[in-house]
Ligand binder design. Sequence first.
Ligand code: NAP
Length: 216
Amino acid sequence: MNVLVVGANGQIGKQLVAKIQHRNGLQAKAMIRKQEQSSYFKELGAEPIIVDLEDDVKAIERAVHGVDAVVFTAGSGPNTGKDKTILIDLDGAVKTIEATKLAGVKRFVMVSSFDTTREAIQASSPSFSPYVVAKHYADEWLKRTELAYTIIHPGRLTNDIGVGRVEIGEKVERGEIPREDVAEVILQSLQNKKTIGKEFQIVTGSQPINEAIDSL
Ligand code: NAP
């Protein structure tokens, strides 16, 4: 399976590409936005492709072309303004979904935020709500397509070493999860058809990741 990772140079993205490259039968294409980011991916044997999420759908379609699945794990991050939240977390995600449809690719895994419900929008602070709105409508756009989607809602991300155990479900208690474990959940979601058409929250818990995913 050839997987396009959008946001490959991110903290989850880099770990995901490495995991894909070390797993039999999987190959990563890493969508990045700067030439100088490409050496990490080349060393792993992954194919880097330079496309900016602010480019048009056609440019993103060129990155999607020829893969079997797309993972969206990009984000504007906490150090940019609300303009970038709209341009990347919302419009960048929607353009990637549209590019996936145009390229004839069926499988799409979205890394969303922990709670993107309307209730969460209403409950969030004025500074945080634009981010939740962006994630909410990106998720909604994906759910209204015919794509074989999976939407992952991780808790607060940490850089701790992965523990390989999670709590998974439509609604779980708010908590933390290492990015390494999120990367593993993405990878195993790609390989388990039970995740198709599903969305779930994940935090660190007591169930091994493979069992948790298999219980969906
Ligand atoms: P991250 O390290 O900030 O990575 C985001 C990636 O998106 C970066 O590689 C960045 O590229 C890329 N990106 C930004 N603008 C772009 C553009 N215009 N074109 C192409 N790529 C662009 O994020 P993370 O920690 O891996 O998290 C991944 C996702 O999880 C994010 O969407 C985040 O919102 C979500 N999430 C976060 C939390 C949390 O607790 N922080 C919780 C749940 C979900 P550069 O490397 O070039 O900057």
